[in-house]
Design a protein around this ligand. Structure first.
Ligand code: BGC
Length: 446
């Protein structure tokens, strides 16, 4: 028997635990700003504040570039033409999976080596390039990496549960170069390696000079921004904050549980609270708790709502259901082996999905506000925040909730901060980075 009042109480408690008040959003923004300043000053901080060795483009960069975008379980290879005046064309675009159980490979598992992984990527590059033509290459590598220069990056640690052996602590760019050389691809010339957030920022800044942040809300989460005065040079620098590792926000019981069951305990706490890789499991943990308290889906086996039972894509599907009887939710449950669900159960499921998404957008918005507090404390300037990623793009209501959280805090100044989707940003940004790097004195003629 379903106890309506008890379900309502349970959901109310979950909502209270997760949803942030305006005051909490402000406090998180303040802590975020403090962590940025500490990281910039070389003090202990959960934000790594990694320099990219790049400033914003002029918009006049031109030419044809190859871009490799390695962000998680797939890799994209693109051929991009930069036309100058902020315009570009994607001439060719291919997507490859790094794991395929039917083909029997998985380059993201501990059983695979870094050389095998990049050997595979070099093979895919080979399929796209023509002999006798030179291709400057921009490489987007979407993991925390310490840049030693525009074209040199050392992987600090894997995130998003990728586990390929032998790359942590190694120079990513050298390994890719070695693999290109082994395939005799001397005509492919790596010029730049960047984070995907940096790519997103560059792609937006190419035609909008007011872009100050690039952010990914997808499988993983992270934001970079334009630091007006980098401490060592006094000049503009795009800084990869690795904000997925931010940890100064209220963690719920479920966040702690999810963390304790993850590959790297205590790390990437913001990413675990907001990103597509984790939010399905977070919702699953809440539903499991309701099941164990015998509130919904009574009598269901433990195997339901375990890891990967709900994905971020499922969350989008649940949220898209506007029907009175929640028929799409019912169908989804049916496809997962749960037939004959009750309307109350479906409502509870959809509400949990909505709570998780709302908190994700609130937390992300709080970090954007933290950046604005640092670079423009009085909110005086027009600025653009470029955002890419499946969560932002595909989750019903996500972009609106992000916007609303900013508006509620910025009030009459809200119009100054524009949020802009940047589709394909990380690939196009890699081409722009290669174009900028080509013009650097060390790469010039002679
Ligand atoms: C990585 C970041 C990346 C983000 C989005 C995180 O897991 O640490 O470097 O920018 O995912 O792809």
């Amino acid at each position: 028997m379903i106890l309506m009042q008890e379900i309502a109480n349970f959901i109310r408690k979950v909502r209270l635990d997760f949803i942030l008040s305006g005051q909490q959003v402000l406090e998180i923004a303040d802590s975020f700003k403090e962590s940025m300043v500490a990281g910039l000053g070389g003090r202990e901080s959960c934000l790594k504040m990694l320099p990219s060795f790049l400033a914003r483009p002029s918009g006049r960069e031109e030419g044809i570039y190859l871009a490799v975008d390695f962000g998680g379980t797939n890799v994209r290879v693109l051929l991009v033409e930069l036309e100058g005046r902020g315009k570009f064309r994607v001439l060719d675009r291919r997507l490859f999976q790094l794991r395929d159980s039917r083909e029997g490979y998985d380059f993201t598992s501990p059983g695979a080596t870094a050389r095998e992984l990049f050997g595979f990527i070099a093979g895919k590059i080979e399929e796209l390039v023509l002999e006798g033509k030179e291709y400057p290459l921009g490489h987007t590598f979407s993991f925390p990496s310490r840049q030693l220069g525009v074209n040199r990056a050392v992987l600090l640690k894997w995130t998003k549960e990728i586990k390929t052996s032998g790359l942590e602590g190694e120079e990513v760019s050298e390994i890719l170069l070695g693999c290109l050389e082994r395939r005799k691809l001397q005509n492919v010339v790596p010029m730049a390696v960047i984070n995907d957030t940096v790519g997103t920022l560059l792609a937006s800044a190419y035609d909008d000079a007011g872009t100050v942040m690039g952010s990914i809300c997808g499988t993983g989460h992270n934001t970079c921004y334009v630091e007006p005065r980098w401490p060592l040079t006094g000049k503009e620098m795009i800084v990869n904050m690795e904000s997925g590792n931010f940890d100064r926000f209220p963690l719920t019981f479920y966040d702690r549980l999810l963390d304790s069951e993850s590959g790297k305990i205590g790390e990437q706490l913001l990413e675990k609270a907001v990103s597509a890789h984790y939010i399905g499991d977070l919702a699953g943990l809440i539903i499991r708790e309701a099941i164990s308290e015998k509130l919904i889906f009574t009598g269901l086996d433990q195997k339901f709502f375990g890891r990967n039972f709900i994905t971020a894509r499922d969350i989008s599907l649940l949220l898209a259901d506007q029907s009175k009887e929640l028929t799409l939710v019912a169908q989804w449950l049916g496809s997962k082996g749960i037939a004959d669900s009750l309307l109350e159960e479906r409502v509870a499921l959809k509400t949990v999905a909505s709570i998780i998404i709302t908190r994700s957008a609130q937390l992300v918005a709080a970090t954007y506000l933290g950046v604005l507090k640092h670079i423009d404390p009085q909110n005086e300037r027009q600025c653009t925040i470029a955002v890419d990623g499946s969560l932002y793009e595909l989750t019903p209501g996500y972009a609106g909730k992000l916007r609303l959280t900013l508006d509620n805090i910025l009030k009459e100044k809200a119009g100054l901060a524009k949020i802009r989707p940047a589709r394909d940003g990380s690939g196009v940004g890699a081409a722009i980075a290669a174009a900028i790097a080509r013009l650097l004195p060390q790469n010039g003629p002679g």
